[in-house]
Design a protein around this ligand. Structure first.
Ligand code: GTR
Length: 330
């Protein structure tokens, strides 16, 4: 796939060239394609569009972002690979599909590592969030912003989950992350890693019994129609990340990099406002549609069951340090 980096507007025959083959001058036209698994209207999609509007406005259309929602460019694993090799400029994904590639990305997704959404925001917006982004660069990924993904909780087609024991033996879909597999196994469930786009059919046909996600994803995918038991155990606050390909980034001049970073940063509060509203609206919508929500669950047994996950994935002094510093943030 070709990246479009067009030289100044005076070049009548618009050059379509692979990124990096022409020098980046102050007047470079930059088109950043950005993938998202979610549909139009979803807070992540709208936030990246907003970022693009800011950039287009500031540069009179010289730098633009084209968002491709709805998995048009592939499932998250594929689009991450495209970014790593420089075949796609930008991508908005959850941190989990990066877990097997960059060990530091595991940490913010560890079960119950955060005590609140506010704490998660403070950590990801601060030095720890930056450190995790820097760790991605060796894999060809430059982090631009963290977005919210609320809390992930279990839902299934079989029974209301009122205790950790109720998960025993259920086949639960997880994202492509060994850490998420281990989390399910620690709870006695059978983990089935699967791409997001396959989950609805897998639930409907009984290939899996359940999955785990936040209210907006549970609603917009219509998983609630086939898996109506949702339990607010809130085991993970793993955030979303907006990334740009390092190969692309290195071909962009510093002034433009600053603009791109600034627009990405401004898209964060915009996203969070949309997110908070969407979370409340999705919760109401699934309840109105008949989903049964268990919201008075005792989380302590779930928390206690997670020790093996920490043992298996927090394996170096560096990762241990990240965990401790996150816990120290109030
Ligand atoms: C959503 C997240 C997506 C995707 C999905 C999944 O909450 O926004 O990026 O990771 O979960 O479960 O695959």
């Amino acid at each position: 796939m070709m990246t479009r980096l067009l030289r100044s507007a005076t070049v009548a025959a618009a050059l379509t060239v692979a990124f990096g083959t022409v020098g980046a001058g102050a007047q470079d036209q930059i088109v950043l394609r950005s993938a998202d698994t979610h549909p139009d209207g979803y807070p992540t999609v709208e936030a990246v569009k907003y970022m693009g509007e800011l950039l287009a406005d500031w540069t009179s259309g010289r730098i633009t972002v084209e968002v491709y929602p709805n998995r048009q460019l592939g499932e998250e694993r594929d689009t991450i690979e495209q970014v790593m090799i420089g075949a796609l400029e930008m991508n908005r994904v959850n941190m989990a599909p990066l877990n097997n590639i960059v060990p530091e990305t595991v940490v913010p997704g560890l079960p119950y590592i955060f005590t609140s959404v506010d704490q998660m925001r403070r950590v990801m917006d601060g030095e720890i969030g930056l450190e995790i982004m820097r760790a991605m660069e060796a894999q060809g990924i430059v982090g631009l912003a963290y977005y919210d993904a609320g809390a992930r909780s279990f839902y299934n087609t079989v029974r209301p989950i009122t205790s950790a024991e109720d998960l025993e033996g259920l086949r639960i879909r997880v994202m492509n992350s060994d850490m998420f597999v281990a989390t399910m196994e620690a709870l006695g469930a059978n983990a089935t890693p699967m791409e997001f786009g396959q989950v609805y059919d897998a639930l409907r046909t009984g290939v899996i019994d359940g999955a785990e996600n936040n209210f907006p994803s549970y609603e917009t995918t219509r998983h609630f129609e086939v898996a109506g038991f949702y339990t607010l155990d809130e085991h993970s606050l793993t955030p979303e990340i907006l990334m740009i390909s390092k190969q692309v980034w290195d071909g962009i001049n510093e002034d433009d990099q600053i603009l791109i970073r600034k627009a990405a940063a401004l898209s964060v509060p915009y996203m969070r406002e949309l997110w908070d509203a969407q979370e409340a609206a999705s919760r109401e919508a699934v309840i109105a549609a008949g989903a049964e929500i268990v919201d008075d669950i005792d989380k302590q047994p779930f928390i206690d069951a997670m020790a093996p996950v920490y043992e298996q994935f927090v394996t170096t002094p560096e990762l241990q340090d990240l965990v401790e510093r996150i816990r120290a943030v109030k």
